[in-house]
Design a protein around this ligand. Structure first.
Ligand SMILES: [Zn+2]
Length: 162
């Protein structure tokens, strides 16, 4: 996890404090180690790690604050959404067709997702071939309305709780 920088209006110090407490809680058995499926792409068969959306006090140790994500979703998608909004939106479309992050290693799958990204950049409609049933309600997922502007990293109003 990247606790060395701002996120959702929380400073590196605030993030580090909660992360250290999380490690203590896991060591004491108060919070289980992260376990799947990935809370973003839904992959049931991939190693996951904790991501936190909310570092406010009192601390919350469950979704939608504390989430178990696969490394690919966590590091390459979620935390990189600020520098490439269209790539993030195309990835959400991929997730909603039942795609896992690891499916993008498949050339044909990736090609279709890349084409989707270009259409999003052009403001055009897009569709992707469904891969698996999607169990969540589109538009109600925790990741639906995340801010994509880099300013949100340090903006106190981007905190989930005031
Ligand atoms: Zn994932």
């Amino acid at each position: 996890m990247a606790e060395d920088s701002w996120y959702n209006g929380y400073s590196a110090r605030e993030r580090d404090l909660k992360f250290k407490e999380l490690k203590r809680r896991i060591a004491r058995g108060e919070t289980p180690p992260a376990s799947g499926p990935c809370a973003l792409c839904g992959d049931p068969d991939v190693p996951v790690e904790y991501h936190d959306e909310d570092y406010g006090e009192p601390y919350i140790w469950e979704p939608p604050a504390l989430l178990a994500l696969c490394r690919n979703c966590h590091r390459n998608k979620l935390h990189k959404r600020f520098s490439d909004n269209a790539a993030w939106k195309a990835f959400i479309a991929h997730v909603r067709r039942g795609g896992y992050a690891r499916d993008l290693k498949d050339k044909a799958v990736k090609k279709e997702a890349d084409a989707c990204k270009r259409l999003i950049e052009q403001g055009k409609p897009f569709s992707l071939t469904p891969m698996r049933p999607y169990p969540r309600e589109v538009g109600k997922e925790w990741f639906t309305n995340l801010r994509l502007d880099p300013e949100s990293l340090k903006d106190p109003t981007s905190r989930p709780r005031p």
